[in-house]
Write a protein that binds this ligand. Structure first.
Ligand code: SF4
Length: 337
């Protein structure tokens, strides 16, 4: 499949304009994502239609806590990523090319949409597992068909995408779960081989579009746990995206190239308390206890949604997503709300 967003350059070279790496590729070369390749002066999307994972997941796994809580979503992914995070939890697929990964299955957009509509209690399709930006053409083709069937589209992304393709994608996506991995360029450069500034721009663009947005920050001891940097991140989210922005602080476990100890739960609880000074809705992920899981009303403290593991119960919201004690309107999408 010919890729979108590229320009022809001298001598059969092409420049991919999909993400801020803007790879210049000579004949036969693949981009940093390993799945877009120059074939005789044409940029190909090599992973188009190649699926490595397809599961019905609780939407809380994406993680999205304010978007149809308690419901399921058909989740689909492929191989390839435009980042090279040393702490990637899905590195077997994210750091593979199509030819290096033997378990890919062929699907058409129609087939994925038909599977999604045949599942009971499924709100739509989530593009996840690997970075869906590098699956742009297939994701967009599915999303357009899913829209016409009344399904919701959710993108789980690192946010490292150029503004033009992101704006086009926003026309077919309903919700975004974006990783904000740290708040320094040094971290992004040294641990992910990318940069922070484009991710911040993507977050602002998504917020301005009115699409649903939640952010995840993986807290890695010794790498992005400087309190001053974390407070700067919280200030930026509050001031640029608003205090109602949902933040998930997630626990790191050693994986791939980073063998640091797991994040101490005491550190997660301390950063949770700091984040709550700035934002109304903060959650902890990958922790053993249920602390930091419930949604409470920012005005009266009433429990609105209770969570235990992946069991979710809406306990304190009316059908319009208002607190049923003090009537505060909350930024939660629920059926009928
Ligand atoms: S999407 Fe892939 S080929 Fe295109 S610029 Fe990004 S890393 Fe390079």
């Amino acid at each position: 499949m010919e890729a979108r967003y590229y320009t022809a350059e001298e001598g059969h070279a092409v420049r991919c304009n999909l993400c801020p790496h803007n790879c210049l590729l000579k004949e036969g070369q693949a981009g940093l994502c390993k799945v877009r390749k120059n074939n005789d002066g044409i940029l190909l999307s090599e992973n188009y239609g190649k699926v490595c994972s397809l599961h019905l997941d609780p939407i809380e796994k994406k993680p999205l806590y304010h978007y149809y809580p308690g419901r399921n979503i058909l989740s689909v992914g492929s191989v390839g990523c435009n980042l090279h995070c040393r702490f990637c939890q899905n590195w077997e697929i994210s750091q593979s090319s199509v030819k290096d990964y033997p378990y890919l299955k062929e699907y058409t957009p129609e087939k994925i949409v038909s599977l999604a509509t045949s599942e009971e209690d499924n709100i739509g399709i989530a593009y996840t597992y690997n970075e869906p930006t590098v699956w742009y053409e297939f994701m967009k083709d599915i999303a357009e068909k899913a829209n016409s069937e009344g399904l919701k589209n959710v993108m789980v992304t690192n946010g490292f995408i150029n503004p033009e393709p992101l704006k086009e994608l926003i026309t077919v996506m309903h919700a975004f779960s974006v990783d904000l991995k740290a708040f320094t360029e040094t971290f992004y450069k040294q641990l992910t081989s990318s940069s922070l500034a484009p991710v911040l721009e993507s977050l602002k663009t998504i917020r301005a579009s009115g699409r649903h947005l939640e952010i995840t920050n993986l807290l890695i001891p010794g790498e992005n746990d400087d309190e001053k940097d974390f407070r700067s991140m919280m200030e930026w989210i509050r001031d640029e995206l608003g205090p109602d922005t949902v933040l998930h602080i997630s626990r790191f476990f050693p994986t791939y190239k980073l063998d640091h100890n797991a994040t101490p739960e005491s550190l997660l609880h301390r950063f949770y308390t700091i984040a709550r000074e700035y934002l109304h809705y903060v959650y902890l992920g990958n922790v053993s206890s249920d602390k930091g899981r419930d949604t409470t009303c920012p005005k009266c403290g009433h429990v609105l949604i209770s969570r235990s593991g992946y069991r979710t119960k809406i306990t304190g919201l009316d059908e319009m997503a208002c607190c049923d004690k003090c009537r505060e309107q909350t930024p939660v999408f629920i059926a009928g709300g």
